[in-house]
Design a binder for this molecule. Structure first.
Ligand SMILES: [Zn+2]
Length: 148
C-alpha cells in the first residue's frame, strides 16, 4: 500500500506502472512493468513490500541473464528436479554450506563453473548418479609401456 500524500512534498500519490531502476552488484538495471505509487508533484516513488521484492527479483534475473547465468528460479527448478534439499544439492555440486540458498535468493551469483555443471545436470540428469557413485574417483590404469 502507498501513502495518499507524498512524505517528501505533500503532493498526491497516484498508482502507476512503469520502469524503475534497481542496482545489482554495482550495475543499475531498468526494470519495466513495476507497480508503484508516484507523487504527482515531485515524482517521489513509493513501493509496497511485495513490489519491492518483485523489483529486486526481476533485477537479479535480468542481471544474471545478461551474464549468461541461470536465474535463482532456474537453479531451484534444477535442484527440485532431483528432489534434493539445498544441503544435498550442495553435496552433489561440491560447494560449501549455505551456497545454494544464496544462489536461490539471488544474494550471491554462482561462478561460471558451477553454472555449467548445473546446466549439464539439467541436460543429462543421469550424470547425478555418476557424480554420487564415486566412479569418477577410480584411478584409470596407466597405459602399459611399449617395449619397442
Ligand atoms: Zn512529492
Amino acid at each position: 500500500m502507498y501513502p495518499k500524500k507524498c512524505a517528501a512534498c505533500g503532493g498526491p500519490v497516484a498508482e502507476s506502472v512503469g520502469t524503475l531502476p534497481f542496482s545489482v552488484r554495482g550495475e543499475t538495471l531498468e526494470v519495466p512493468g513495476v507497480n508503484h505509487g508516484a507523487c504527482g508533484e515531485c515524482g517521489e516513488v513509493y513501493l509496497s513490500l511485495d513490489a519491492a521484492e518483485r523489483l529486486q527479483a526481476e533485477a537479479v534475473r535480468m542481471s544474471k541473464a545478461a551474464r549468461g547465468l541461470l536465474s535463482p528460479s532456474e537453479i531451484r527448478e534444477i535442484r527440485r528436479s532431483f528432489a534434493m534439499s539445498q544441503a544435498a544439492f550442495e553435496g552433489l555440486l561440491g560447494v560449501g554450506p549455505k551456497t545454494v540458498i544464496r544462489w536461490e535468493k539471488g544474494t550471491v551469483f554462482q561462478g561460471a563453473t558451477a553454472d555449467r555443471l548445473m546446466r549439464l545436470l539439467r541436460a543429462q540428469p543421469e550424470l547425478a548418479r555418476v557424480l554420487t557413485s564415486g566412479q569418477l574417483y577410480v584411478q584409470a590404469r596407466a597405459p602399459e609401456r611399449s617395449r619397442a
